[in-house]
Design a protein around this ligand. Sequence first.
Ligand SMILES: [Mn+2]
Length: 298
Amino acid sequence: MEKAKVVLIPVPYDGTSTWGKGSDKGPEAFLHASENMETYDIETGTEVYRQGIFLADPVRQDSSPETLVKAVHSTTKEYIKRNKFVTLVGGEHSLSIGSIRAFNECFDDLTVLHIDAHADLRESYDGSKFNHACALYEASQNTNLIQVGIRSMDALENTVLDEEKTFFAHDLAKDDYWADKVIELMTDNVFITFDLDALDPSIMPSTGTPEPGGLFWYETLEFLRQVFEEKNVVGFDLVELCPNPSDKSPDFLAAKLYYKMLSYKFKDEDVADQYDNTFDEGYIQSGNSNKKFNDEDE
Ligand SMILES: [Mn+2]
């Protein structure tokens, strides 16, 4: 814990999913797959595990989605304040309400890069504001939210969705320059919330709500690498792995994707260097958190 630059928080939670159940088993399948992965990253020529990855105790809170969100929020914030690069693996997407809230309280002018098949912009669903279908509503109100890969939503979500900052899957398919356009809209501090169902079900069938027409492996990596190179990625979560016992390749994809993201983050950082996660303690204390993101500030 003292030496590790990265903290991985497993959140085995599946309290509000509506269709395919089982994302509470996601973190375990992810960790199991990661044990079988080779740790040298060919693309960056690095072994990012040497930076130290601390596996935190899982956040387990099943009493209500709201309690889960609060527990994720406080755990995430605790590790940010300890100067770690904080990552979370789920579990269903409602956990991101807590992780995003924590990052938004610790980093100024936060961009939330939301990669997902679903807009998740409902203010409440099934009687709760903490449903997975509402995962990004709060972020839409108080961060610079950019959505990528979207191909499933309710008509009502159009009232919340910002068209300028939404990159639908059918648009990505026709535009060679989408990655540059997404990055142009970002502030410097970026938190990534990655719902695995953003990927095409042909490579990632193990999600609760698979949707056709998703992202593929290399275009996803190329995009992520560019984000990590051009922006200060402050943390990320990887959610909605819903493992299938008879097909482990998606679990392996999730583990590899996680490791690729860390490899991009730390590729130019010496193992011996002190890590500075750039969180702003004064920002927390001044009570500036949760303000509406203001474009005029730029
Ligand atoms: Mn989704």
